[in-house]
Design a protein around this ligand. Structure first.
Ligand code: FPP
Length: 245
């Protein structure tokens, strides 16, 4: 597959990154500004994810990865955690019913083992459906932490090495194959909505050469036009990967 897909917009050629990752921040503040509970922001945020994922698929992107729930998010009030889990269950339920029709692959990145059983079953189901298709893939980071991902990969590699199943020479390529993102190219572009400018334990290994794009727009307001702006900004970047042009 070509590394990028090209799209002609307003007379100019725009390169669509193969893989975009998003930290969907600002749901709580979006709701607060409207006098609504934070959970209302997550509900609109989850609808927005659906809209943006469809848009990404339509413009020819290959992978969209979003940060839905981190290993640190368990510290939030119990009612907020439970509302987010309910939204994820609703989303995965609907995905199981529609992803075959829409030919969308979906993967969960994160520690699935400690999730509620109904979510674990849904993840297994989406994995099974995804294995039958090629094409656009949405990755949902759920109970995910970048450091946790690296430690988990290191443990799995060590276990395989002891059993004689792993290559003795640990290269970047070999290590990458133990991450949740095995087989998926690193994101060329990482977007964070909501005004903060930090990576917050997101895709720590994979972000080595990603272009970072920050916007003050809260996630529920981040529509296709905002994504176009981020992609245009990405197109204006000079990517040298440590070299010289
Ligand atoms: C960050 O906003 C958002 C989250 C921690 C949760 C994101 C979850 C969803 C959008 C719902 C489910 C997702 C899917 C993929 C169906 P924040 O609460 O930190 O906002 P704040 O910074 O304004 O407080």
């Amino acid at each position: 597959m070509a590394p990028v897909t090209e799209k002609t917009g307003a007379g100019e050629k725009i390169t669509i990154p193969r893989h975009v990752a998003i930290i969907m921040d600002g749901n709580g503040r979006w709701a607060k500004r409207r006098g609504l509970p934070r959970t209302a922001g997550h509900a609109v945020g989850s609808e927005n994810f659906r809209k943006i994922a469809t848009y990404c698929k339509n413009i020819g992107m290959d992978y969209l990865t979003v940060y839905a729930f981190s290993t640190e998010n368990w510290k939030r009030p119990a009612d907020e955690v439970s509302a987010i889990m309910k939204l994820l269950k609703k989303y995965l339920d609907e995905a199981v019913a529609t992803m075959e029709r829409d030919k969308i692959r979906m993967k969960v990145f994160g520690n699935v083992k400690t999730l509620p059983e109904e979510l674990r079953k849904l993840v297994a189901k989406t994995d099974e459906i995804s294995a039958r298709y090629e094409g656009f893939q949405a990755n949902i980071c759920l109970n995910y932490g970048g450091r946790d991902e690296i430690i988990t990969a290191a443990k799995r590699y060590a276990a395989d090495l002891l059993e004689g199943r792993a290559a003795r020479e640990l290269t970047e390529e070999v290590f990458s194959s133990y991450l949740y993102s095995a087989g998926i190219p690193d994101p060329e572009l990482i977007i964070r909505t909501g005004g903060e400018q930090r990576i917050s334990n997101f895709l720590l290994w994979q972000c080595a050469y990603s272009e970072l794009y920050y916007t003050d727009t809260f996630w529920p307001d981040f529509g296709p036009a905002e994504l176009d702006k981020a992609i245009a900004a990405y197109n204006a970047r000079d990517r040298r990967f440590g070299g010289v042009k």
